[in-house]
Design a protein around this ligand. Structure first.
Ligand SMILES: Nc1ncnc2c1ncn2[C@@H]1O[C@H](COP(=O)(O)OP(=O)(O)O)[C@@H](O)[C@H]1O
Ligand SMILES: [Mg+2]
Length: 253
């Protein structure tokens, strides 16, 4: 039996702007399971990013609750939320948000020094190992401006992994990459998942989505449907792409 790692219970999110309220998340309830590669798909503006940020605590919610490991994390003081995020969550975004005046290695290592009681040497070793695993160790001493978008994103994934997170949140991690870099990033994320890493990823790219084993479809602030797939392995792209596409067309995507 799979273990629930993260739960949304009737999560609502309303933005207030210029006196008007807009409800972006309309009572979303969903369980995310440990070991899964869960994908959130849906058209632009469906509320995918808002849901991801609401679940991770980066953004406050205006109704319902979020539970991590069965414990309520929504509504905790920001300091506690920040600690929880740095200890248990990893983040990958469309833009890498690497620190521009630090090398790739430093970007990864600096994140490892924060929060946990680890020795400098063990953090450095782990950073190097992750950069190797992400196939970007030959560029480790370069600044983000001196590497390709794909290399920068691979370093950002290494950074997300440095504190051995329970769950990786990824928002359109291939959104700024060309086809071959996207494929490489997805190959690496799939590999992490095969090694047990739980991932929750937002994408509107079918080729990225097919790497997941569970795809949720969002529309207008609700989760409408989900598609369950066997765990991904290399060489199955064609049939999985077809499966995801058929499911999406039935949803009038
Ligand atoms: N900070 C904000 N203030 C007001 N409206 C927002 C804010 N963030 C997002 N929205 C609105 O919420 C809706 C969903 O946005 P988002 O979650 O980014 O969608 P998606 O990631 O699916 O493209 C959009 O209509 C967007 O304009
Ligand atoms: Mg988005």
């Amino acid at each position: 039996m799979k273990k629930v790692i993260l739960s949304a219970r009737n999560v609502c999110k309303t933005f207030s702007q210029g006196g008007a309220d807009t409800q972006i998340l309309k009572s979303v309830s969903v369980d995310i399971y440990e070991g899964d590669f869960t994908v959130i798909m849906g058209a632009s503006g469906a509320g995918k990013s808002t849901l991801l940020y609401s679940l991770s605590g980066m953004d406050g919610i205006t109704g319902g609750e979020v539970l991590f490991d069965g414990e309520k994390i929504s509504g905790l003081p920001e300091k506690k939320q920040a600690k929880l995020r740095s200890e248990h969550f990893g983040f990958v975004f469309q833009q890498t948000h690497l620190v521009s005046n630090l090398t790739l290695f430093e970007n990864v290592a600096v994140t490892g020094y924060v929060g946990k009681n680890r020795t400098v040497n063990s953090v450095r070793e782990k950073a190097l190992e992750l950069l190797r695993q992400m196939n970007v160790d030959n560029a480790k001493d370069r600044l983000p401006s001196q590497v390709s978008g794909g290399e920068a994103q691979r370093a950002a994934i290494a950074r997300a992994m440095i504190n051995s997170p329970r769950l990786i949140f990824a928002d359109e991690p291939t959104g700024a990459l060309n086809k071959s870099n996207s494929a490489e990033v997805m190959r690496l994320l799939s590999e992490l998942n095969r090694n047990g890493q739980s991932i929750l990823m937002v994408t509107h790219d079918v080729r990225a989505a097919l790497c997941g084993n569970r795809v949720l479809y969002m529309e207008d602030g609700n989760i409408l449907d989900e598609l369950n797939l066997p765990p991904y392995s290399d060489g199955e792209e064609k049939s999985r792409e077809q499966q995801v596409n058929e499911w999406l067309s039935a949803l009038r995507w």
